[in-house]
Design a protein around this ligand. Structure first.
Ligand code: SAM
Length: 660
């Protein structure tokens, strides 16, 4: 949807639907590009029904409230309007579309300067910005036909009443408590008397100035918050659902939030934390038992995950000799926590007679190029030996790089080497063309073979674009994960529901983080949101400190490392300050809206992958994010422990059918 269409929809659903009728207001709301008034990493959310954070800890108002206030002011085309609290300049631009002249005052210099240049660039010569205390008005340009105050004060500033023209209207949030006000309309009668009407409850940032609150009104002052803790941590503590043990946590409220979503994405803040695995197992089992979820899709390789799938669904497949999950990082899917997940899924499935209704398991990642080639060839040898020969010749193009597929990228662009794109795509196309013929014999096996052929095609491209660097290889990988998920849901039918297990950096909406905003990377979480809307539900995980299983270098040995206590300006520190050892926090529909608002100001967030380098933690593992936009819910463990990795022998001993 282009921006203009988004604005049209916003006006229809958020503004007209709530009763705003004045044509000039609706037209203005359809014209002003709200995204131009937001920090770039939030511009994707420009037409959401909510206020959003801007610089200096302030907010851009919810579109509806801007429209409702503008309508309440009954502004005519020849009117002169004063606004107090320019903020981003968005409301001033809306007023500038409706009125003849707009004067707007902002107390923060940085905001005033930025709004001024923004409004100039966007072509609003009739909007004039002043940096100063708006509670004193702008006497040089008085009287005003209308005054809009977009911050909440303890009372109506007398100076503003005086600067209203006879018959003039002022709309202002007023309340003794910071962030809890009544919206008042003050109309100056021809005789100079002011008449006041109450338009309802609202929640604005504080009006600070001579006739407003004192400077520290919004800050963690001893007067308003009884303990000296940061107010956001306090809010989190009030709004979260604490729990004592993973096995006992009541997941009813989380399931209510998830509703009838079709895809639930479960993240993790490291690739080696026991609590994250165990909690994901707990949530997964509830989703299977109480919400009918029937696929678990992991950030792992398709052929390896297929072995788990065959085991838990008790499918009769030719036994492959090769052990699975042998590629670095082995501990990610070869550990006691995953063994427990597999055991649960197996015992659950044993109660279901129809194998197609049993819970399936699959891998979304694309690192198994050569195993997938073997799987396609094995399949074709069984069903169509002649086609297997042709496919083998085509795939031979990739054979020279089996030991290090990353070298293929370089080779593919140098002279003398044929690019393998054509041949691998042909294998896939041939398979798909014979869909009817092959699938008739065994739909499951055919789907498995085509999934591997898709993987080979995606991996070939992945290694080629990786050579150039930039966001393309990341994007291609996450696109492949998403495409695989979509194909899987389609294959399993309209009632299929999937739980995805992948790192936070894949499942959280990339648009709310530095990766999307600054590096142009997208991920499966974002693609699911864009495609499934509210039918996708993403849950982030985090920790303050403890131990983690990780390597120091790519391909290096796993070690149990200490996780450094979280950075003082990070989300993790904020959650640590809430002083709740473990909790669930709703973000899409928070218990208190204020939680989401307060958390929305971007902060650092930590991501530990298979590599952890505590000595360069800030550069290597922290990035900027707006957490409530990234996830729909969040799971917190203040202290965590390394996942219990298994060596090849112990894993074989645990489940020979899978790890043997
Ligand atoms: N109208 C803004 C927009 O569209 O982005 C949103 C305004 S925000 C809710 C309120 C703004 O009022 C903040 O930027 C804050 O700094 C400012 N403010 C608070 N007290 C003020 C005062 N006395 N004079 C001028 N601005 C003030």
């Amino acid at each position: 949807m282009d921006r203009q269409e988004q604005r049209r929809q916003m006006v229809k659903r958020q503004i007209e639907a709530r009763g705003v009728r004045q044509t000039a207001v609706l037209e203005a709301m359809r014209s002003v590009p709200r995204e131009a008034f937001l920090p770039t990493h939030l511009s994707e959310f420009a037409y959401e029904d909510t206020p959003l954070p801007i610089e200096e800890g302030q907010t851009i108002s919810q579109p509806y409230i801007v429209a409702a206030m503008a309508e309440a002011l009954r502004i005519g085309p020849n009117d002169k309007v004063l606004e107090i609290g320019t903020g981003s300049g968005y409301a001033a631009a809306v007023l500038g579309e409706i009125a003849a002249e707009v004067y707007t005052i902002e107390r923060h210099r940085a905001l005033a300067d930025e709004a001024r240049s923004r409004l100039r660039e966007l072509g609003y010569p009739n909007v004039h910005v002043l940096c100063g205390d708006g509670t004193l008005g702008w006497p040089e340009h008085a009287p005003f036909d209308a005054i809009l105050v977009s911050a909440g004060g303890p009372s109506v500033p007398q100076a503003l009443v005086e600067q209203l023209a006879p018959g003039g209207r002022m709309v202002i949030p007023v309340g003794a408590e910071v962030r809890d006000q009544r919206l008042l309309r003050v109309t100056k009668q021809p005789d100079g008397e002011a008449r006041t009407e109450d338009l309802g409850g609202v929640r604005f940032v504080p009006l600070i100035g001579a006739a407003g609150f004192a400077e520290d009104a919004g800050a963690p002052s001893a007067k308003r918050v009884p303990t000296p803790e940061p107010p956001v941590a306090h809010l989190v503590r009030e709004a979260c659902q604490p729990f004592a043990a993973i096995d006992d946590v009541e997941l009813g409220p989380l399931l209510d939030q998830i509703g009838d979503a079709r895809v639930v994405l479960l993240g993790e803040a490291t690739h080696g934390t026991s609590e994250f695995y165990r909690m994901r197992t707990r949530i997964t089992t509830e989703l299977v038992l109480r919400r009918g979820f029937d696929v678990v899709a992991i950030e792992g390789d398709w052929p390896d995950a297929a072995r788990i799938d065959h085991h838990i669904r008790d499918l009769d497949y030719p036994i492959r000799e090769e052990p699975i999950f042998t590629r670095f990082p082995t501990w990610m899917w070869r550990n006691r926590e995953v063994v427990e997940l597999i055991a649960w899924l197996k015992s659950h499935n044993e109660l279901i007679d129809d194998s197609r209704r049993r819970v399936g398991f699959c891998g979304l990642d694309l690192y198994s190029l050569y195993k997938s080639i073997d799987a396609v060839l094995d399949y074709l040898r069984d069903v169509d030996p002649k086609a297997a020969e042709i496919a083998k010749q085509r795939y031979a193009c990739l054979s020279p790089w089996e030991r290090d597929p990353a070298l293929y990228g370089r080779a593919a662009i140098s002279r003398g080497y044929a690019r393998c794109e054509g041949p691998v795509v042909e294998v896939l196309r041939d398979l798909l063309e014979r869909r009817l013929e092959y699938a008739l014999a065994d739909g499951d096996r055919f789907f498995d073979a085509t999934s591997n052929a898709h993987l080979v095609a995606a991996a070939e491209e992945y290694y080629r674009v990786m050579y150039y660097g930039g966001p393309d290889s990341w994007n291609l990988r996450d696109q492949h994960m998403f495409d695989t998920l979509e194909r899987l849901l389609e294959f399993r039918g309209p009632r299929a529901k999937a739980v995805v297990w992948a790192h936070n950096s894949h499942v959280g909406d990339a648009r709310a983080t530095e990766m999307g905003a600054a590096r142009g990377e997208h991920n499966i979480g974002q693609l699911c949101r864009m495609s499934f809307g509210h039918s996708a539900f993403s849950i982030g995980f985090g920790t303050h400190t403890g131990t983690v299983a990780a390597a120091t270098d790519w391909g290096g040995p796993m070690a149990v490392k200490r996780v450094r206590p979280s950075h003082p300006t990070s989300y993790e520190r904020l959650f640590h300050d809430a002083e709740v050892p473990a909790f669930l926090l709703a973000l899409r529909n928070p218990v208190r809206e204020a939680v989401r608002e307060e958390l929305a100001s971007p902060r650092l967030e930590r991501a530990i992958g298979v590599i952890y380098r505590p000595e360069t933690e800030l550069q290597s593992h922290y990035f900027q994010a707006a957490l409530p936009w990234q996830f729909d819910a969040y799971v917190w463990f203040d202290e965590t422990h390394a996942v219990r990795a298994l060596d090849a022998e112990s894993a074989r001993h645990e489940i020979p059918q899978v790890y043997g």
